[in-house]
Design a binder for this molecule. Structure first.
Ligand code: NAD
Length: 288
């Protein structure tokens, strides 16, 4: 891709324009990539552009984004429903399609057929094995996890996940790309829950066991972490925000993969059964 001054800009393609895809497209465009955002749903593409524009306008309003930076970023961001067109000349492809193993394998195998042999193929999976996804992809050494967090334009972390066959160079390129997008990368070997979910769930489950055992109220357990350990939010409030059903699913998965220390507490199972799912249902450890 060549800009008005004749210099070339790297192209980054984002596959899937939902919650995560639109955010990744936004920060990549701000970082100076020529971004191509694609989705099977036309509505998703339209909605993604609306969200990016609204977020950047808000950034300008708050004085966090210069108006000319917003305009230049929007000028570098294009949508297309043609995946091959989106990936043409891409240096990096980031997939952010739904969390389904077969879908991710299919999407990245398709991408591998389309792009240059040295294009980095990144997956934003939050829980699936990078090694298993990559097995279906020709040239699996260039498949790497780039786990962004929601909302992407605000959260600073990217977990770079190294599959068993991921080349060191691919890890390095993913790390550089994350830094270029203003994020702080950490590198994690492919293992269940990576670093963030594994630790986050461990703390959350223990907090729930403490409520169960009557050690302290939910508010006080949260305060212990907020005031004593400077966590921005206690583990029970966070569980309410994420959704108790979502956390239960992750706990069950980690229990299967990593053993008994991740066994879901009875209280969590019971609250989910009763429909106390946290903020989205109006009730969890707190009333919302
Ligand atoms: P989402 O449902 O909001 O968006 C997925 C998009 O992919 C949809 O717009 C859908 O139309 C599109 N899509 C489906 N099939 C496609 C295909 N074949 N080609 C192109 N686009 C296709 O999902 P999301 O929340 O953005 O999650 C995407 C990925 O990011 C998942 O792997 C998820 O686990 C991971 N993730 C999500 C969060 C989160 O908080 N939502 C955080 C970190 C990671």
């Amino acid at each position: 891709m060549t800009n008005a001054q004749g210099a070339s800009r790297p192209v980054l393609a984002v596959l899937g324009a939902g919650t995560m895809g639109h955010g990744i497209a936004q920060i990549a465009a701000i970082a100076g990539y020529d971004v191509r955002l694609t989705d099977v749903s036309h509505e998703a593409l339209e909605s993604a552009m609306g969200r990016v524009k609204a977020q950047l306008d808000k950034g300008v309003e708050l004085g966090k984004v210069e108006p000319d930076v917003r305009d230049a970023a929007l000028g570098r961001l294009r949508t297309t429903s043609d995946a091959a067109e989106a990936m043409a000349g891409a240096e990096i492809v980031v997939e952010a399609v739904p969390e389904v193993m077969e879908l991710k394998q299919e999407i990245l195998a398709g991408a591998a057929e389309t792009v240059e042999p040295d294009t980095l193929l990144a997956t934003n999976t939050s829980s699936l094995s990078i090694t298993a996804i990559a097995e279906a992809v020709p040239g699996q050494e260039r498949v790497v996890g780039m786990h962004f967090f929601n909302p992407v334009h605000i959260m600073a972390l990217v977990e770079i996940v190294r599959g068993d066959r991921t080349a060191p160079d691919a890890v390095e390129r993913a790390r550089e790309a994350a830094e270029r997008m203003g994020k702080t990368p950490i590198v994690v070997s492919d293992s269940p829950g990576f670093a963030s979910s594994r630790l986050g769930i461990a703390l959350g489950l223990e907090a729930i066991r403490m409520v169960e055992a009557g050690v302290a109220s939910a508010e006080d357990i949260d305060r212990a972490m907020e005031l004593g350990y400077r966590h921005p939010m206690g583990p029970l409030r966070l569980t309410d925000l994420v959704g108790l059903d979502v956390r239960l699913e992750i706990a069950r998965y980690l229990h299967r993969e990593l053993g008994d220390r991740f066994q879901p507490p009875e209280l969590l199972e019971q609250m989910v059964e009763e429909g106390k799912l946290g903020k989205k249902s109006g009730r969890g450890f707190y009333v919302w």
